[in-house]
Design a protein around this ligand. Structure first.
Ligand code: BF8
Ligand code: SF4
Length: 619
């Protein structure tokens, strides 16, 4: 069955069939149309950095071995990877900057609808920036924090403020290598500079700068995004929610938010809950207004408000084929430019909201902090009006229950305020280790197969899984976050999860929230007086596709976390680069990448790694 070959999800399979019937082209069709994909590009051996080129290196050694400028395979492959990391870091960090601007406008009373929802966290983060809260009201603190964080983006600092959260031993590693990031924008700009023709032509120093650039995302831009989202919208706490396309409701106005920035989706949520709009919906014959998310802005709402999640990356087109979506509101990142075309087959209204992200077939309604609350209300009203234009509706599955909302604050809170109980469980071997499963879907891999198989094998073997992004949605759809999911775990993990009333796979948020994993790992390492690279932990991105995911993988590894990628990054054209990433980095940062598309084998590799780290700690 071709549908089952594309996705392991039931909703996906049934909606693929519907899409075919409706003659809707999907990401899988276009992927097939692209085959065979360019072998030079797959290996990272093509270069179009300048217009003496484009150039390509012959991997078989018969054709050209140098680009027009003289760059060899090592330089070309390294530069291409570096630019992927720069783009990924830029994306997350620019998202972080947008939150600083909201905080600043809130402080200045210019952002109606937004407010400080976690004042305690505001003070805590402000103190990390050396801002005292004494005698100041929240808005004053917010203004000073916004300013200090903007400084982290610029060039005036020598090291990012939040690097101090990393264990001392890790910071020494970075200092020794000269890869402690200075400014968030600076590292991305320098990466682009170094990869211009005729600048840095040493593949090792290029890759070291790429690690520094990635660290500026993980311990900088993304970390700021997460912390400010918590301050502005609330620090997540566990809440029950529902996942898969079955969260759409036939008798309600369905609005989907898609993208990444909670700045838009939080205002849409607010509007969906307003009494007058609920009444308007009732007057149109709708039983309510049903807000659901896809991708990471969905994760942001799920984490903080228990908002339902319709699907992950490869579901974003299919969700429209239900005919049940009255409006999809998007901001930026991972929004396929095909969506407008898909929506045109149904009554769905498509709306883009960010000045920096426009899409064909979408109406553009720009959101800024000062008009967002009002614009959101206007859009929800229009979605309600569109409810009566619906044609046939097909919602083929029932939703699955899940618990989300595991911030570090929540996890440590559940453990009584310290990581000690978790350390005790690791020491006794009740839990063998912990793994972060992160990242996307990719049509190269059956949707969710990598995430679900890996998570299953790990929890069966008493390894706690934390996840984010589209991986987190995948495991939720598979039931690993249901209240009774502890049964799926091995005996040790099962006992602990049952006692704490938590699932064996903890939803830690969106992709910027991968920084929560860094903070948790640092708490464990600090409590043990060791480095992150000594811990029995690992990272995995079994179905990654995006440049952001490469940046995440790189900051995980540079922070000392062994990380297994599913799809192969475009580096196989240089065995030097491959060897450095998969072996050489061990001596440099105490961790490496590994590539393993088969999740069964990835699980074995991770278990082996965890047992080795346990032995290293004498456990
Ligand atoms: O930032 S996991 S497909 S939605 S890039 Fe995109 Fe990948 Fe999903 Fe979230 Ni992350
Ligand atoms: Fe070719 Fe060098 Fe220009 Fe790249 S930078 S396109 S290898 S000439």
């Amino acid at each position: 069955d071709t549908y089952a070959g594309r996705t392991i999800t039931r909703d996906g399979q049934l909606l693929l069939e519907k899409a075919e019937k409706d003659r809707v082209e999907t990401v899988w069709d276009r992927f097939e149309n692209q085959l065979p994909q360019c072998g030079y590009c797959e290996m990272g051996l093509s270069c179009r950095i300048c217009v003496m080129g484009p150039c390509r290196i012959d991997p078989f050694g018969e054709g050209p071995q140098k680009g027009v400028c003289g760059a060899d395979a090592d330089i070309i492959v390294a530069r291409n990877l570096c630019r992927m990391i720069a783009a990924g870091a830029a994306s997350h960090s620019d998202h972080g900057r947008d939150l600083i601007e909201v905080l600043d406008e809130v402080a200045k009373g210019k952002a109606a609808g937004y407010r400080i929802r976690d004042a305690e966290k505001l003070k805590r983060v402000a103190s990390e920036y050396g801002i005292s809260s004494d005698g100041k009201d929240d808005l004053k603190i917010a203004e000073q924090l916004a300013y200090a964080m903007q400084e982290d983006f610029g060039t005036r600092k020598k090291a990012l403020t939040l690097l101090r959260r990393a264990p001392a031993k890790r910071r020494q590693v970075w200092d020794k290598l000269g890869i402690a990031p200075r400014g968030i924008d600076r590292e991305t700009a320098e990466m682009m500079h170094r990869t211009h023709m005729g600048v840095d032509n040493n593949w090792q120093s290029l890759l070291l700068q790429a690690l520094r650039n990635a660290l500026s995302d993980g311990w900088g831009g993304s970390m700021i995004a997460t912390e400010l989202s918590d301050i502005l919208f609330g620090t997540p706490k566990p809440a029950t929610t529902a996942v898969n396309v079955g969260v759409l409701k036939k008798d309600q106005v369905n609005i989907i938010v898609h993208g990444h920035n909670p700045v838009v989706s939080e205002m849409v949520l607010l509007a969906c809950r307003s009494e007058d709009l609920l009444q308007l919906a009732a007057s149109k014959g709708a039983a309510g207004i049903n807000l659901a998310g896809v991708c990471c802005t969905g994760n942001e709402l799920l984490m903080r408000s228990g908002v339902a999640m319709a699907g992950n990356h490869l579901t974003t087109e299919l969700v429209l084929t239900t005919g049940a979506v009255d409006m999809m509101i998007v901001d930026y990142q991972c929004i396929m430019p095909s969506l407008g075309t898909v929506a045109a087959c149904y009554h769905t209204r498509m709306v883009s909201t960010s000045d920096k992200a426009r899409f064909p077939g979408m109406e553009h309604r720009e959101f800024h902090p000062d008009n967002a609350a009002e614009e959101a209300r206007a859009l929800v009203k229009e979605a309600i009006e569109n409810f009566t234009n619906r044609g046939e509706v097909y919602i083929p599955v029932e939703p699955v229950n899940a618990v989300g909302g595991f911030s570090v604050e929540t996890i440590l809170g559940a453990l009584g305020g310290t990581p000690q109980p978790l350390i005790d469980a690791l020491k006794s071997g009740t839990i063998r280790g912990a793994v972060g499963i992160v990242g996307c879907n990719n049509p190269r891999i059956r949707q969710d197969f990598g995430h679900v198989t890996l998570a299953k094998r790990l929890i069966e073997n008493d390894i706690l899984v934390v996840d984010t992004g589209c991986a987190a949605v995948a495991t939720a759809k598979a039931g690993f976050k249901a209240s009774d999911a502890a049964q799926m775990a091995g005996p040790g993990l099962r006992g602990i999860c049952s006692a704490l009333g938590i699932p064996p796979v903890l939803h830690m948020g969106s992709c910027v929230d991968n920084v929560r994993i860094l903070v948790l790992a640092s708490a464990l390492a600090n409590a043990l007086g060791t480095d992150i690279s000594d811990l029995p932990i690992a990272g995995a991105a079994p179905e990654w596709y995006s440049e952001k995911a490469v940046a995440i993988g790189a900051y995980f590894v540079a922070s000392g976390v062994y990380t297994v990628l599913g799809p192969m990054p475009p580096v196989t054209g240089s065995m030097n680069v491959v060897k450095l990433l998969t072996e050489g980095l061990q001596d440099v940062v105490g961790a490496t990448f590994s590539v393993e598309p088969d999740p069964e084998k990835a699980a074995l590799a991770i278990r082996r790694h965890i047992e080795e780290k346990r032995r290293g700690l004498g456990l």
